[in-house]
Design a protein. Structure first.
Length: 306
C-alpha cells in the first residue's frame, strides 16, 4: 500500500493544475491535522469492506475470545508477537474481517502504529479510515480519556521484536516494557493480553543472531530511523518460493482474560512490576493452553528474550 499510494501521489504532482490543492493538503497534513493523535477517522463502512474479509481468509486469520469484555471501562490490548508486519493485528483490530464488533460489542478499537506513518500522503488517510492512530503517548492518553468503551492496541515488542520473528519461534521483547502498564494504570484501562499463533510463520527472515553483521546493521538502522528493516521474503504471486507475498499459513489470534487495574495517577515501580507479572502470567497461560493446537510446528517454547 505504501509504494502504491506514494506513486499515485507523485503522479498527481506531475499535473500543475493540482499543485495548489496539493500544497494546501501538505500544509494541512504537516501543520494542522491532529487526527492521528485523536483516534484517526474510523469509517465503519471502510473497515467492513469485503476486501478485508478476503484479506483474512487468505491465511486464514481467525480470532478466539476467552472472556466477555463489558464496555463499561477502557481497555488496552497488548498484541504479541510483532512478527514482520503484524498482519494478525491488522485483521483483528483495524478491520471487521474477523468480527471484532461481534466479539466485543460496544468497544471501539484503535490499532496504534508509528507516528511517521502519518507523514505519508494518502496512505495516512487510508489507515486512519481503519481507526489506526499514532502510538505516541499523547495519542494513547487522548483515546483512553474518552472513557468507557474505548480501547487501544499496542504491539508491545515493537521494532526490536520484529528482528526475532522467525517461523516456529515466539521470542518476545517484554521484560523491560513498563510504559504500557503505566499507561493502563493511569487511565484505569484493563489490560488484555493477546497472542497471535502463526504471526511469525508467514514470512521467512534471514538469519540474524546477535553478534552477526546483519544484526548489527539492523540495530544501527533502528537507532537512526526508529524502526527496523528485517530482511525477509515470502512467496510470489505465481510461485511459492520467493516474493513479498506472505505465506498462506494459519493465524489464530487469542484474546485472553482481562487483568483489572485500579486507576492510580502516579503508580509506584512496585505496582508496575506486580501488574506486569500478572500480565506475563496470563500471556504464558494462553501459550501453554493453546500451543499444542495452534503451534504444532514450533521449534521452541515462548521465550522472553528482553
Amino acid at each position: 500500500m505504501v509504494p502504491f499510494t506514494l506513486s499515485f501521489f507523485f503522479i498527481l504532482c506531475s499535473f500543475p493544475p493540482f499543485w495548489p490543492l496539493i500544497t494546501a493538503y501538505l500544509i494541512w497534513v504537516y501543520f494542522i491535522d491532529d487526527a492521528p493523535n485523536q483516534g484517526g477517522r474510523p469509517w465503519t463502512w471502510f473497515r467492513s469492506l469485503s476486501f478485508w474479509k478476503h484479506f483474512a481468509e487468505y491465511y486464514p486469520a481467525e480470532m478466539m475470545r476467552e472472556a466477555v469484555l463489558p464496555p463499561d471501562r477502557p481497555y488496552l490490548f497488548g498484541y504479541h508477537p510483532h512478527g514482520i508486519i503484524g498482519m494478525g493485528a491488522m485483521a483483528t483490530f483495524a478491520t471487521e474481517s474477523i468480527g471484532f464488533s461481534q466479539h466485543f460489542p460496544g468497544i471501539t478499537p484503535h490499532l496504534l502504529t508509528l507516528s511517521s506513518n502519518f507523514y505519508l500522503p494518502i496512505y495516512r488517510e487510508i489507515i486512519m479510515w481503519m481507526g489506526i492512530a499514532s502510538v505516541s503517548r499523547k495519542s494513547c492518553a487522548n483515546i483512553l480519556k474518552k472513557g468507557p468503551g474505548q480501547s487501544i492496541t499496542i504491539v508491545i515488542g515493537g521494532a526490536a521484536e520484529s528482528l526475532s520473528a522467525h517461523p516456529g519461534t515466539a521470542d518476545l521483547t517484554l521484560k523491560k516494557r513498563f510504559g504500557f502498564i503505566k499507561l493502563a494504570i493511569q487511565y484505569g484501562a484493563d489490560l488484555v493480553p493477546v497472542f497471535s499463533f502463526g504471526e511469525n510463520d508467514i514470512y521467512e527472515q534471514l538469519s540474524n543472531e546477535k553478534g552477526t553483521t546483519v544484526y548489527k546493521l539492523q540495530k544501527k538502522f533502528q537507532h537512526l530511523f526508529g524502526f527496523t528493516l528485517p530482511l525477509f521474503h515470502g512467496r510470489g504471486i505465481l510461485n511459492y518460493t520467493i516474493g513479498l507475498m506472505p505465506y498462506r499459513r494459519r493465524i489464530m489470534i487469542v484474546c485472553g482474560r482481562p487483568i483489572h487495574v485500579e486507576r492510580v495517577a502516579n503508580p509506584s515501580q512496585q505496582l508496575l512490576e506486580d501488574t506486569q507479572k500478572l500480565y506475563i502470567e496470563e500471556l504464558m497461560r494462553i501459550w501453554d493452553t493453546y500451543k499444542d493446537a495452534f503451534a504444532k510446528q514450533r521449534r521452541k517454547e515462548l521465550t522472553l528474550i528482553a
